[in-house]
Design a protein around this ligand. Sequence first.
Ligand code: FAD
Length: 305
Amino acid sequence: MMNFELTEEQQSVKKVVRKFVDKEIIPYIQEWDRQGQFQPHILKRLAELQLMGVCIPEEYGGVGMDYNTLAIVCEELERGDTAYRTAVSVHTGLNSMTLLQWGTEEQKQKYLVPQAKGIKIGAFGLTEPNAGSDVAAMKSTAKRVGDHYILNGSKTWISLCDYADHFLIFAKTDHDAGSRGITAFIVERTFEGVESKAIKGKLGIRAGNTGEIFLTDVKVPVENRLGEEGEGFKISMSALDSGRFTVAAGAVGLIEASLEASLKYCHERSTFGKEIGKHQLVQQMIAKMTANLEISDCWYLKRAP
Ligand SMILES: Cc1cc2nc3c(=O)[nH]c(=O)nc-3n(C[C@H](O)[C@H](O)[C@H](O)COP(=O)(O)OP(=O)(O)OC[C@H]3O[C@@H](n4cnc5c(N)ncnc54)[C@H](O)[C@@H]3O)c2cc1C
C-alpha cells in the first residue's frame, strides 16, 4: 500500500514554510496584490530559508531533498499566494532542475550552484506572442557565428522577467526543422541586447512579476548552449514536466487556503438565526471540499517526477 505520510524532514520543511507564509506573506498579500507589486525581498528570504534549491543535490549547492519536498514548499507557498509559488516553480522547477538534467559540469558549477543557493535567480523563456502551447511555432532565432550564437526575438509571459539573473531561452537554429530546429541557451541578463518589461494590469497573479523579454543581437557563447543543437524542444518538454508538477502541488495549497477561508466565514456569518456553518447544505459543501483536498494531496505525492 502507498504510504502518504510525510517524513520527519518533510514535516519540518512544511512547518518552516507555513510559519514564513503566515508571518511574512499572508498579512501583506492583499495590499501587494492590489498594488500589482512583486516583492523581491521575498526571494531573499526564500534563499535564507534554503527553499530555492530544496531538491537540488548538495554537491550543486542545494539541500538534497526529494521532489516531494519541492511540492510541499510549493503547496505551502501557494496557501499564501500564487505569485511566490510561481517564483519557485520557475526558478527551481523549470530552470534549475533542467540545468541539473541537461547541463554540463561547467554549466552546473557556473549557473546551477548559485541558483540552488538562491544567490542568483533563474527564469524560463519559452513562450512567444504567437507560440504558447504550440512551441514549435516560435520565431526567435539563434545563428551560429564562430564560437558564439546571435539571438534575436522576443518572449512573453515570462515569470520573474525583471528579477532573474539567468534565463533559459529557446530559439530556432534551423527554421525549417519544426520542433527539431529548436535549441536551448543559458542567457545572462547582463549580456548586451537583453531587455525586460513587466506586463501591468493583469487580472490574476497580480503580485507576481510576469512580462516580456526582448533579445536584440544577443551574443551567447557556444558553451552556454544547453544540450545539442535541435534538442531544445525535448529539453523544454522535460522542463515543463517538472514545472507542471509544482503547479499541481501549488493548487493543493490554494484549495487549502479556500477551505480555511470558508470555514472561518461559516462561523462569522449568520442567517435565519444561526451560523451558516450550521446549515446542512453548507456542511455538505465543506465536507466535499475537505474530501477533495485530501484526494488532491495524495494525488501529487504519488506523481513526483
Ligand atoms: C502568469 C503566467 C506566467 C507564465 N510564466 C511563463 C514562464 O515563466 N515562461 C514561459 O515560457 N511561459 C510562461 N507562461 C506562458 C504559458 O506557459 C502559456 O500561457 C501557455 O503555454 C499557453 O499558451 P498561450 O497563452 O499562448 O495559449 P494558446 O496556446 O494560444 O492556447 C489558447 C487556448 O487554446 C487551447 N489549445 C491550444 N492548443 C490546443 C489544442 N491542440 N487542442 C485543444 N485546445 C488547445 C489552450 O488550452 C488554451 O485554452 C506564463 C503564463 C502566465 C499566464
